[in-house]
Design a protein around this ligand. Structure first.
Ligand code: KG4
Length: 330
């Protein structure tokens, strides 16, 4: 089965062609990072305009790289929620147009299901599974009793973890997106700053207190004329974040008697997170983390999620499918 995947929920225009939910024939990702970096974050209107400029080019390139004709596609899978509404609408309209012209069935994919199923490209996902979904907009623990069944058992009360990374990078004068830069800096520093570890009930999270503590520390030290050791502060912040994420995931696994862990979303690229999961795993858990190219937004994960959604149920979308800025993983 050849699936065409389309993703445009934030600032990456991406089109992919994936065979049988595994073999990535093409995965073109045109990022707008350079455009948004000068604003210190994604500007929604600018993002949707650039998707419009880029989407046809990315479609053409995906077919060229895969050496596939549009007629050969069996199914079109597209991200319809959640995300920036203008951005989502561009990819959705392009996917629906393709489906209409070539008379192909359409599958609606939740962006976070895409991130979770990015793991199926390089691993054999097993169930029941506990998915830690960590991105710029979400921090959630999702219990999956079976393929394509999602139960959100915990989420952040305030900032998403990627968002905190981005804000801390900004206060430290680092570039956007902050996650990869803070991660790299943390590797050269030591966890020497004492930062608060938020206590949050059950499997929920909160990062705004920790983020504010870092911002206040930077401002206070600047007012006193003291220099901050950025690498040590990055390492201290990462240490606390990673401890919270890993501990909660293991606790959730115990509570749900689950031995399979899936890490998904942009922050799954974090080196400290991977390292902590691997060091604390005594062999009890089967831990899946995608390789870096599948951690951040891409359309291959959308095509793969479409394959597994259809495996569960032949649930096709109609061509009047709309986009939604906010929608829980069902
Ligand atoms: O999943 P994603 O590509 O986009 C969505 O938010 O849907 O995630 C982007 C987020 C950004 O906040 C970025 O700073 C963060 O993932 N990120 C990282 C790393 N790489 C990307 N955060 C921490 N460490 C990283 N290595």
């Amino acid at each position: 089965m050849l699936i065409l995947g389309v993703e445009s929920s934030c600032d990456e225009t991406s089109v992919a062609i994936v065979k049988d939910g595994k073999e990535v024939l093409s995965n073109i990702v045109l990022s707008q990072i350079d455009i948004h970096a000068k604003f210190g974050g994604v500007v929604p209107e600018v993002a949707s305009r650039n998707h419009v400029y880029q989407v046809s080019i990315v479609f053409k390139e995906a077919f060229k790289r895969a050496n596939i004709r549009p007629e050969d596609i069996d199914v079109v899978g597209v991200t319809y929620a959640p995300g920036l509404i203008g951005s989502l609408l561009v990819g959705l309209t392009a996917a629906k147009t393709f489906a209409l012209i070539y008379n192909k069935p359409l599958v609606a994919i939740h962006h976070l299901a895409g991130h979770i199923y990015a793991n199926a490209i390089e691993h054999n996902m097993q169930f029941p599974s506990m998915a830690l979904v960590v991105s710029g907009g979400n921090t959630e623990l999702v219990y999956m009793p079976n393929n394509y069944e999602f139960e959100i058992i915990g989420e952040t009360y305030d900032d998403a973890v990627g968002e905190s990374y981005d804000k801390i990078a900004r206060v430290l004068g680092l570039s956007y997106p902050g996650g990869p830069v803070v991660d790299k800096l943390a590797r050269s520093g030591k966890s020497t700053y004492k930062l608060p570890k938020p206590y949050v009930d059950n499997f929920n999270f909160s990062f705004s207190g920790l983020k504010s503590a870092v911002i206040n520390l930077v401002h206070n030290e600047a007012q006193r004329g003291n220099e901050i050791n950025k690498a040590d502060l990055a390492a201290s912040f990462q240490d606390v974040v990673v401890e919270i994420l890993v501990n909660k995931t293991f606790k959730a696994c115990e509570a749900y008697n689950c031995k399979n862990i899936i890490v998904a979303g942009g922050v799954s690229a974090n080196s400290g997170l991977k390292e902590r999961f691997n060091t604390l795993n005594d062999g009890t858990y089967n831990i899946n983390i995608p390789s870096i190219k599948y951690c951040t937004d891409n359309a291959a994960m959308i095509a793969v999620a479409s394959y597994y959604k259809l495996k569960k149920k032949k649930d096709y979308a109609i061509l009047s499918l709309n986009a939604y800025a906010n929608l829980d993983l069902e």
